[in-house]
Write a protein that binds this ligand. Sequence first.
Ligand code: NAP
Length: 602
Amino acid sequence: MTLPHPVTEEEIAQLRARYRQERERRVRPDGTRQYQGAEAEFGYYAADPYAGAIPERDPLDDTVDVVVVGAGFGGLLAGARLRQQGVERVRIVETGGGFGGTWYWNRYPGVHCDIESHVYLPLLDETGYVPEWKYAPGEEIRRHAVRIAEQFGLGDDALFSTTVTSLTWDDAAEEWLITTDRDDAFRARYVITATGTLSEPKLPALPGIEKFAGHTFHTSRWDYGYTGGTPDGGMTGLAGKRVGVVGTGATGVQAIPKLAEDAGHVYVFQRTPSSVDVRGNRRTTPEEVGADREGWARERRENFLRIVSGEPAGTDLVADGWTASAALLEKLLPSFRREGDPETFEAAYEAADAAKMNELRDRVAGAVTDPATAGKLQPWYRYACKRPAFSDAYYPAFNRENVTLVDTADTHGIERLTEDGVVVGDTTYPLDCLIFATGFSVGVSGVLSGKLPVHGRGGRSLLQVWGERGPRTLHGFTSNGFPNLVQLGSMQNASSVNFTHILDEQATHAAALIAAAEQADAVLEPSREAEDAWLAAIREGAPDHEWFHAECTPGYYNREGGGRPNPAAYPHGAVAFHALLRQWRTDSVAEILTPRTTPTTR
Ligand code: NAP
């Protein structure tokens, strides 16, 4: 890999000082405690605005083969891959009122995929669907989720508007008992959890948040009943209204230009600006992505994964902002393949980082006419300290008369709410509507949140076992003492920016494990030794990028300034991890199978 040297050493020293200063300006002593969940008295922020009237149904007490918790792409992929393995009774259980997960909940105006649709949308080879846009709108993605469910027959047994409240292993029957908030108590031989990593909306824990008398909601629960319109715009309900938006992450960047088109006035409360690169969205044709060839989508997503992982890949098929800046994702994806002497690499890396961030800061200056506003929108941190955003409409929105940027960095964000609006410093901004684009709690959905109690062999609680010695898994998916439970997610395995690809490999693995156990009439459970060996493998050779995250501006990537959120990852990256899983399935799956003491009668 060759990285250019267009920035002088003196400039780099100045940038380092500026980045440090910006970080210090933003770090808060309360770290992750500055947020609160959308629950208890704030539970209405998480209520489902899309489900309509929820039909009554009788509680279920039957038995199925596999229960999948979550109907997002993780759950759908698990269902589809199980079907391909011949598993018949698959029941997906989901809190939301339909399929789609992230794409069920996030319907804010302007919502789009920020990874190329042709590599992001799963099961394109299998469904024959070819996305219409390079970056698909949310509704196209949600419809694709429904398409997958229909093609793989996952709808009939699915339970929506239903939250799993406990998973309990029945030692005698060797199956799971699943209870829900709709009084269900059904059973399954296997459970797959696919509850997402960024799915629980969070709010700033602000004084006075309950006092605000205007209308308010979180972007992941968009209230079109109030705003009117659709994700494409036309929000006539906002005409003449003063609308505040808190947050300028990937969501804010997509929603703000649409709000600017329809609202009377938009106040954007920014704490840290995103880096916003060129988007260049456009319609695509099946020909240009080679969709007439068998396996085209698999080939394309493998190519994307290799490039953003720093692996040799040949032609760059996707050729977008992610692949162009792939080398700069190294600190985010620590498995990145490095070449040459480490010191030379670091120097070249920092210079390339500085050049890229200079380019992005110049982009703001070129697009925003008021120099003071442009200055506030410039990001002062290293690339990928925050998730990079892409938009061609975001910066021009700030040239409109009806958009005001309110920089809140000096006060560490908006300070409090009153009945009338938002307070920043000495100023109150009166508002009719306040929208929180403040993101999601990280990695605390499902099992780790404590909201889904899991009791394994002998009634032992998973959280308690992990609380004593830390999370323990084989490959991140299965755990000793918790038989026939497969957890999908980003813990103790390998991740990447195209998370649906990661989920597909995980779902394929989960389905193969279950098929192997079914064939052998066995129970699926790794030994403690297998867990120990895996924990040793992920600790060994992990590059130390803690310093990078510790020097970044705060955000959810670094526990609000505290350091890297998930240090326990497979150190050689997703490409190598997927190869390892495939090999392990061929050579070693039998090691985690033990004959059932209650043979299945089928
Ligand atoms: P986010 O990245 O966590 O952004 C939250 C925003 O709220 C940040 O700008 C944060 O500022 C701001 N904020 C929080 N508390 C504040 C306060 N008291 N005062 C002022 N500002 C405050 O959330 P998100 O934008 O919803 O994105 C979350 C993730 O979802 C993304 O990183 C991405 O993975 C995913 N996503 C993907 C797409 C897609 O197109 N595929 C679209 C949207 C989201 P600070 O930065 O200063 O903390």
